[in-house]
Ligand binder design. Structure first.
Ligand code: PBG
Length: 341
């Protein structure tokens, strides 16, 4: 038997894929997918009635920020090269009502936060969310009546929220509610109010996912467990088993005028990102959601996984699947890691 480690004769192979993996330089040249800070969008939480950042237990390293700190954080992110933030309000429980009226308060938390950001960090793109759940005492993304989430009544409120956010200077409105027809209605309302340059990033394929748990902790926005309202969001968010349906939602959103579309969550839905990318001629975003972030942190805290390489691998995989932009709580770290090379 010849000794495998000392054999000298070569196999007659015409292709040796390993040739391109031999050195860092070759791997750089052969790399198909790039992750850049330009691809990153940082979700941030803002809250009234606090003076210091408030840690979110289930999302290590993420905080509910008072407006003053929000502005500082946005500046830091922009200086690191992150081009956009997605803003979410943690609204005081006493301000939550069934009709989510506080969403339309002109001097409410959200309008004040947008104004402060636009004044202090005007170059940073601000993406605002128009769903009702942060303001709803039912914890749903829409108005609930008779045990149902009302589609058209919800859209009516959403169009008003969109115009309010645009008037404060929001660059992009992101409806995350999954009501039918909301993109067209918001586009129409924005245009009628003179905001034809304000963009729409539609949560096109948003799944009824269990991976949103930590986010709902952060905003205390989970559906309230009462017998008179649905206990979950499955009558409007999509069934995790479906992906043809994502293409249907995509077709409607594009017809209604979405400037960008989104798939959410990201990692358990890479196939959907891929299909949506192939079928659309606008930029595709993916939301690397709170549960995806929490999982890696939990494993890292136990010493079971290394945070940096697993997070960067995940973000690269989301890019490889076809996402142009990634909403991710890792944005700030990833921006630093990318700088370090
Ligand atoms: C609400 C909204 C949710 C997220 C973004 N917007 C939660 C939900 O639909 O219940 C989740 C984001 C995350 O988990 O990071 N419209």
């Amino acid at each position: 038997m010849p000794d495998a480690t000392t054999a000298t004769s070569s196999l007659p192979l015409t292709e040796r894929p390993r040739r391109l993996r031999r050195s860092a330089g070759l791997r750089r040249v052969a790399r198909e997918t790039r992750l850049s800070v330009d691809n990153l969008i940082a979700p941030l939480f803002v809250k009234d009635g606090i003076t210091e950042p408030e840690a979110i237990d289930s999302m290590p390293g993420q905080y509910r920020l008072p407006v003053s700190h929000l502005v500082k954080e946005a500046r830091e992110l922009f200086d690191l090269g992150v081009p956009a933030i997605a803003l979410f309000p943690a609204v005081d429980d006493t301000l939550k009502t069934p009709d989510a009226a506080n969403a339309l308060a002109e001097n409410g938390l959200y309008p004040r936060a947008i104004c402060a950001l636009k004044e202090e960090v005007p170059e940073m793109l601000i993406i605002t969310d128009t769903a009702l759940d942060p303001y709803s005492s039912d914890g749903h993304d829409g108005i609930v009546a008779g045990g149902e989430i009302l589609n058209d009544a919800t859209i009516h409120v959403m169009t008003e929220i969109a115009v309010l956010h645009a008037s404060c200077g929001a660059d992009i409105i992101a409806p995350s509610d999954m009501m039918d027809g909301r993109v067209g209605a918001i586009r129409h309302a924005l245009d009628a109010a003179g905001f034809e340059q304000t963009g729409i990033l539609s949560y096109t394929a948003k799944y009824a996912s269990a991976y949103y748990g930590p986010f709902r902790d952060a905003l205390d926005s989970a559906p309230r467990q009462r017998t008179d309202i649905p206990e979950d969001k499955r009558s409007y968010q999509m069934d995790p088993a479906n992906s043809d349906e994502a293409l249907r939602e995509l077709r409607l959103d594009l017809e209604e005028g979405a400037d960008m579309v989104m798939v959410k969550p990201a990692l358990p839905y890479l196939d959907v990102i891929h299909r949506v990318r192939q079928a659309s001629d606008v930029p595709v975003a993916a939301y690397n959601v709170s549960g995806e972030y929490a999982m890696l942190h939990a494993a890292a805290q136990n010493g079971w996984l290394e945070l940096q390489p697993t997070a960067m691998e995940a973000l690269t995989a989301i890019r490889r699947a076809g996402a142009d932009a990634i909403l991710t709580y890792f944005a700030k770290h990833a921006a630093r890691w990318l700088q370090e090379g």
